[in-house]
Ligand binder design. Sequence first.
Ligand SMILES: Nc1ncnc2c1ncn2[C@@H]1O[C@H](COP(=O)(O)OP(=O)(O)OP(=O)(O)O)[C@@H](O)[C@H]1O
Ligand SMILES: [Mg+2]
Length: 523
Amino acid sequence: MDSIKFSDLGLNEKVLKAIDDMGFEEPSKIQEEVIPVVLKGFDVIGQAQTGTGKTLAFGAPIISKLDNSRQGKIDTIILTPTRELAIQVNDELNRIAKYTKIKLLPVYGGQPIERQINALKRGIDIVVGTPGRVLDLIRRNVIDLADIKFLILDEADEMLDMGFIDDIEEIIRNCNKDRQTMLFSATMPDEIRKLSKKYMAEDTKYISIVKNTMTVSTVSQFYYEVKQKDRFEALCRILDVDEPSSAIIFCKTKKGVDELVEALEMRGYNAEGMHGDMSQSHRLNTLKKFKEGNLDFLVATDVAARGIDVENVSHVINYDLPQDTESYVHRIGRTGRANREGTAYTLVTSREYYILKQIEKATRSKIRRKEVPSIDEIFLTKYKGTVAKVREAIEKEEHKRFVPLATELDEEFNLVDVAAALFSMVIDKEMGSNYSEDSIGNADSYVRLFLSVGRMDKINPRSLLQFFSDNANTDKEDIGDIDIMEKFTFVNATSQAAKDIIKYCSGKRLMGRRVNIEISRPR
Ligand SMILES: Nc1ncnc2c1ncn2[C@@H]1O[C@H](COP(=O)(O)OP(=O)(O)OP(=O)(O)O)[C@@H](O)[C@H]1O
Ligand SMILES: [Mg+2]
């Protein structure tokens, strides 16, 4: 059977022509399934992996439908969790609407509201905005949603999460009841799906492009185990060996972003930060530089985790662990988009290792271990890079003008010595004084300690922790976090704490019950 073409889906000619201009040859799976359903008028919950073209999946049919039925007032409202995403979705839809008269406007905080009000007064069909600003404009009676035809929540699970839910509900209360509602995201936790039913038609179509894994197969995933104090050093080494053409590095906090940017700049990397405390113009400027290839490393909080589409991001690095599985999926989805290849790295300490394992299990993907590069490996990378540059210079004959000088040197020196001296100058300069000694130590060894004492449900894990710290001469810190499945598990006890506990328990009964202890190393 021939593969489905965009022209088979029922879109109008103007939209098809625009898609052709965008260079897309065939629809992605989610586009193939969502477009006809939206054209037929159904509400849709659409889930498909990151970078698979969900924006066009809702954008194309909306524009196709609106083309002949514009009301001269707002027809469509699209909500996104971040300002940058509002702008990006607006841009993508603008490209799709190229041959129509449909007018779009992004609205978001951090930009003078008057400008947006004036633009809205000139007549806008599709508004793409962040909830806060949209609500503000509704309250000022500038946006009227009483007759809208489409409401879309991009990154729906994020939008219906605690932080946004009140604003979203208020916006929805202002919307036309007869509208078509659509939710999209790469992740759609069950509770969100249930919650969303509240706002949607009974015959809502649930379209999920199910894959074995939550993450795309074109992204290779790895982790590095590091000590907390070696995190930065490890990152530098990874960057120096992999030499990513363009990478997004995620940190947990805004402060973490600022500190990492400063540290990277000190070591000569081309890095800039992006987080919610920066001015909007600064945020946009940074993202623009990154998109245009004038910035190698974008260091960001989760503000850049969702939806952001930058071509050719080769690496995503979780400098800090993401807060949950969804965040991991969206973060690493900034690479490997539209069937391109990508690499995702996550730095973990031994104590965090179990969280990584949980993410691996929940996403059903494989996150393989990699060793932090040694100084020798970095040296080898720099050496190979230099040789490649020499080769290129000779091939392009860029070296020719120096040949007479080199010939003169030939009388005084051995030319192999000259080459070696030049190598040492170039490579030493590149390595800088950063790698004078091999400062990364081996990670502490942590173990998992399984403890079973009969009926577990009668024992409070906290009191167990207290009990051991009181009686077995161990520090609570050293015992680590506790996890209760069918056994008590001290997920990351130090080896010493484990020994102390075993010693204490051997031959004893604990709270009147026999204790069984097993020990296992995390890997
Ligand atoms: N049919 C297609 N063929 C090739 N490229 C496409 C196609 N549709 C969309 N794209 C491009 O693929 C990239 C990813 O699309 P998009 O941002 O819509 O993905 P997404 O599914 O919304 O991802 P995320 O979950 O990260 O938000 C964009 O650059 C988009 O222009
Ligand atoms: Mg998207």
